[in-house]
Design a protein around this ligand. Sequence first.
Ligand code: FAD
Ligand code: FES
Length: 369
Amino acid sequence: MVNILPSASKIRGAAAPFLKIDPTTKETRWRGKLRLSESVEEAHEVKTFRFNLANGEPIPFEYLPGQFVTVHVAPQGVPTRRSYTIASSPTSRDRIEITVKREDRGLVSQWLHDELGIGDEVEIEAPSGTFTFSGKEAESVVLIGGGVGITPLMSVLRYLTATNWTGKIYLILSFRSPRDFIFREELAELQALHANLCVTVTMSDPGDQPWSGRVGRIDADLLASTVPDLTTQRVHVCGPAPMMETVTGALASLGVPQDQIKKEAFGTVKRDPTVKQVRSTEIAGKATFLASGVTAPVPVDATILDAADTAGVSIDNACRSGTCASCRVKLVSGQVTMDIQDGLTDQDKAEGYILACQAKVQGDVEVDI
Ligand SMILES: Cc1cc2nc3c(=O)[nH]c(=O)nc-3n(C[C@H](O)[C@H](O)[C@H](O)COP(=O)(O)OP(=O)(O)OC[C@H]3O[C@@H](n4cnc5c(N)ncnc54)[C@H](O)[C@@H]3O)c2cc1C
Ligand code: FES
């Protein structure tokens, strides 16, 4: 592992005054520029972007299968961050790949698809995330993905097959229609090469496109008929929120214990920048940002991150939905509630870290940033 301290960003000015430690690997997160060397049309509105170091040296950070990068970019001149899973395998040391769906009116996904050119450099912070599987955690694994939610599962699959893992791998995928089927050819090749891999694909709405496979959503019947001994399996699920809800409900109805189910939501927050957010005038408490020396009121319907934005205090953030942990800050005093805490490890919680994008205050609070 090469530890490189965060360097000053050309987009955002000075780097954060502290080093971020990745909770999974316990290593310092790398921050620097990687160069786009190739982009490939993967499926309808989905492209893979391959990045490497401009000098051709190995990627300067290590990561676990399923972890993600945060890109710091400035589409239309607006400094913005978004998280993207590293879909490639950690065994490929010369590159990382992200596979991105072009969202309708999506700021960063459209910029990546339409404006980023071969040879351009992008500022990247990595790695992050706890939605990982490297084969040590269980003797077999069930990977369930919907749409572009396949990316963390693909990293796991690529890693397990590249390292000739001998456990059974059940990959269960759903796409809307055959034109949305991401990694179709590679999956067929991996299936042909690895007898321990069992791939099941279903299309929710194939329309008039040729498709002779399963049709419908991933439900309890499909899961029960595809995976033997489901209640003893470790299961990873990633996809759009409604799909994840249906699948986790189906797993629960089939008796799979909650602690065997690992989930990641991409948390694409629907935002319409033309609509101005009107906050409540009722104040839940004051937030004091200790390192910044700023105190700001926090309305009852706002988070600490919202209050920081309004007060001009910079807190890193990418998903704003409790997943990526970019906005992790330490609560020094006071009480907060959080709807989602997926981005926090047990150790984070024990050490008093909170997610600013989720934290609603109950009275006055102090945070370290
Ligand atoms: C841990 C993690 C891993 C992820 N990995 C991946 C990955 O591997 N691949 C991937 O594709 N994504 C991934 N994502 C999602 C990704 O981070 C972004 O959320 C996604 O690309 C959308 O960002 P955007 O800037 O394009 O859209 P945004 O600009 O953030 O827009 C978000 C949504 O709001 C809607 N919206 C925007 N403007 C308007 C408007 N004026 N009116 C109405 N609606 C509007 C858009 O339609 C869009 O759906 C991941 C997220 C997380 C948290
Ligand atoms: S911004 Fe991603 S968890 Fe808060």
